[in-house]
Design a protein around this ligand. Sequence first.
Ligand code: ATP
Ligand code: MG
Length: 496
Amino acid sequence: MRRITKEFPGVRANDGIDLSVTSGEIHGLLGENGAGKSVLMSILYGMHQPDSGEIEVGGSPVRIRNPAVAIRLGIGMVHQHFMLIPNMTVAENVVLGFEPGGPLLRRQEIEQRVAQMAAEARLQVSPGTPVEQLSVGARQRVEILKVLYRRAQILILDEPTAVLTPQETEELFVTMRALRAQGKTIIFIAHKLKEVMAICDRMTVLRKGRLVGTVEVGNTSEAELAEMMVGAKVVPASRTEAAKIGEVVLRVTDLTVEGARGERVIDGLKLELRAGEVLGIAGVEGNGQAELVEVLTGLRRPRGGQVLLNGTDIAGTSPRAALDHGIRCIPEDRHKLAIIPDFSVQENLILGDHYRPPFKGPGSWLRERVIREFADRQILEFQIQTPSRETPVRSLSGGNQQRMVVARVYGQGRVPALVVAAQPTRGLDVQAIRYVQDKLLQLSDRGAAVLLISADLDEVIAISDRILVIYQGRLSETSGSPSRHELGLLMTGGRA
Ligand SMILES: Nc1ncnc2c1ncn2[C@@H]1O[C@H](COP(=O)(O)OP(=O)(O)OP(=O)(O)O)[C@@H](O)[C@H]1O
Ligand SMILES: [Mg+2]
């Protein structure tokens, strides 16, 4: 890609970027939130047309008018936001649009073929399962298979590890190495420098739409990459003053939640959280965290137990009532639960407060001026990169969508009683991670009880006052300041 430039109203997303990727390499693409990584890759995949610049594939100049052309050229992309059809099976999704022998599906044949491809790429999937029953990690494997099925030689993976557990990330790396050994080329977007250093041969860094440089893994370090990305060193977040711990805000006793097949996903869970305290819950995803968050935010009725918020039992309450009780949440699944992509930034910023003053006026009127001023303040304070408050949230970069969600927890400055933060820094760049973690500490300093649910041990250790580990729907205590090793053992069902 040579001198690629792409403007959107109000932003130059790519400004004269050069990127060259050699056949058979894993090439990292790095940069802060909004640096232009996804846009550059969407251009390569034919989803956007550059305003200027040239692309060559295998030495010949090409014009990639749409994804169909990209696919014909052997380019495939796995997006930050998955694009599968939930009620179709794995195999059906994989062959969709490219069915062997026309639109009449020969189920057995395609399932066999998909199974074979999966084995070659060392991807674990079961071809006959409907996609809606799969975990996020498994869905991603389906997306990768889909790209391979279309005979991609160049695979673009846009932040694949942001949604994976550490174990799943390791499995993805096995697949990526297997694909490289088959001579495929991979462009890998990620924010975690450890991951990039572990898997890439070379990496290219973007900053604010421009190329900073391309380096080889053998000739660089995490520190150098961080500096290329942000132009300065980033110090991890931590408490600067001792926590001022107050009264018990949340007391959960004997909480039991059943899954779709009647199995216990939360099993007699007990916890206590005080004002001003950050309680970290470490754990591999899928051990009941999502269900706990749903109970606390009124999205799910528990089978049994009590959830006392400042003394009132809110088990089985509605989401609206949970908001009214002062519970604020940073949900884990941003697209499903945190944003309305087609709504503007300002509309998204007031969600959850839109039904009461100062945003709601008499009758069903919204007070536009108040909302506009509020949105402008939040955009400025939370450094949300957006051309305007009217921009639909769908066109913000992933990290900037997340900043918007965090800004909403702050709302109009009223301190929430309880903040439930589930994987709050996922998909954020190093500076934004620091920013969000500082904001959570600040909320606790102002008296909020903060429940931090995270699969990122560094994060849990850095900002929690106390750490519990969740495993198969039960919590275990840890020693005063547990080591990564101790946490790791508890997370996998061992004893510390
Ligand atoms: N369809 C679009 N319409 C308008 N602006 C867009 C569109 N797509 C991207 N942008 C803007 O282009 C800039 C670069 O966005 P891009 O998605 O490439 O960032 P990124 O490097 O992938 O960041 P992240 O790490 O947060 O995913 C951002 O300012 C974004 O708001
Ligand atoms: Mg992106």
